[in-house]
Design a protein around this ligand. Structure first.
Ligand code: PLP
Ligand code: COI
Length: 340
């Protein structure tokens, strides 16, 4: 089946692959976990996930390197973040070893779906966990299911690296002291109306502000912001209610250690937008997608990098990060996890 896929024509959608990993949590412990072929899930009509959205997920990718290895990028950080999400949602923590075993087994079993080097596509991995036993009073479920499936994907935004137009959003994504810093399904349910509305009004994405004061920049529905100042500094918004993006953290490391740039991770005021020369969205799915224009209630802020291509610094960051992921640039220790 994989031989009929046009890798370079793929968008960001679901294509069923043959194997997925499943493990169950019951009576206070995780089952061993195994690969299965059934993509359907049968759970109680009263399952915690269905009634009270008790679920969290992760996203990471498998790549084919220039020399033909299959690798994933910093999967230990996804395991760690999934543990943080689980704790915040009163779900049991899946041990890191089991998470990595699931990653390894699913990629190995679906190896023919890992897109070839140079195709622009990757194999996206979606680990997730949910309350599977019945709950009717508001409380955590007693039983849980962890799954990990794989689907080959192309760019998250149509048009690949063409600069996006986004808007400052009047809806909020995450409350102060809420769940914005974890990858809870409920955060994404919250954002669905806002993204449909953004698309209907001609915008590619939403720029969410801090819900408390609506004066600081937070993130989009699925990626962190990275700004470049006119004098070439990298600035990324700091907030307790944004998801700590692994891509953003990696890009900041690359900026500092590989490109010799100054990096500031600090609260960023909406009023600072006009000071920036470049802006990008960073995430596993988004990689680093350039922003050309930000519209704040009719006021247009046009980044000097323009609407045709990535800004110069954004491009350097993109090339270095993807170069590391494709095995063309020496990675920092522990960043590439090879699937044998
Ligand atoms: N912010 C949100 C809300 C996300 O859903 C994601 C995607 O995972 C990111 C940021 C980027 O995080 P990462 O780079 O770890 O994929
Ligand atoms: C990812 O980048 O992996 C995500 O989970 C973002 C999602 C909105 C596709």
């Amino acid at each position: 089946m994989s031989d009929v896929i046009n890798w370079s024509g793929l968008g960001f959608g679901y294509i069923k692959t043959p194997y997925r990993f499943v493990a169950h949590y019951k009576d206070g412990k995780w089952s061993e976990g195994k690969l299965i072929t059934d993509a359907q899930i049968v759970i109680s009509e009263c399952a915690g996930v269905l009634q009270y959205a008790q679920t969290a997920f992760e996203g990471l990718k498998a790549y084919t390197t220039a020399d033909g290895r299959t690798i994933t990028f910093r999967p230990d950080l996804n395991a760690e973040r999934m543990a943080q999400s689980a704790r915040r949602l009163e779900m049991p923590v899946l041990p890191e070893g089991m998470f990595l075993q699931a990653v390894e087994q699913v990629i190995s079993a679906n190896r023919q779906f890992v897109p070839p080097y140079g195709s622009g596509a990757t194999l996206y991995l979606r680990p997730y966990m949910f309350g599977s036993s019945p709950v009717i009073g508001v409380k955590p479920a007693d039983e849980y299911e962890f799954r990990l499936f794989a689907t080959p994907v192309g760019p998250y935004f149509k048009g690949g690296v063409k600069p996006l137009t986004i808007r400052v959003c009047d809806f909020d994504r995450a409350a102060p002291h809420g769940t914005g810093h974890i990858k809870a399904g409920l955060n994404y349910a919250m954002s669905l109306h806002a993204i449909v509305d953004a698309h209907e009004n001609g915008f590619d994405e939403n720029m969410y502000l801090d819900a408390g004061t609506r004066t600081y920049i937070e993130e989009t529905g699925g990626a962190n912001f990275l700004f470049v100042t006119r004098d070439g500094k990298i600035v990324t918004p700091k907030s307790e209610s944004i998801l700590p993006s692994i891509t953003r953290r990696s890009l900041c490391y690359v900026a500092e250690k590989y490109l010799g740039l100054t990096v500031e991770h600090r609260p960023v005021k909406l009023s600072e937008l006009e000071d920036f020369a470049e802006c990008g969205l960073c995430g596993t799915a988004a990689v680093i997608s350039p922003i050309g224009k930000i519209v704040d209630h009719g006021k247009e802020i046009c980044l000097s990098s323009g609407m045709n291509e990535m800004g110069e610094t954004t491009k350097k960051l993109y090339d270095t990060l993807t170069g590391i992921q494709m095995g063309k640039i020496q990675p920092p220790a522990g960043w590439l996890y090879e699937i044998k």
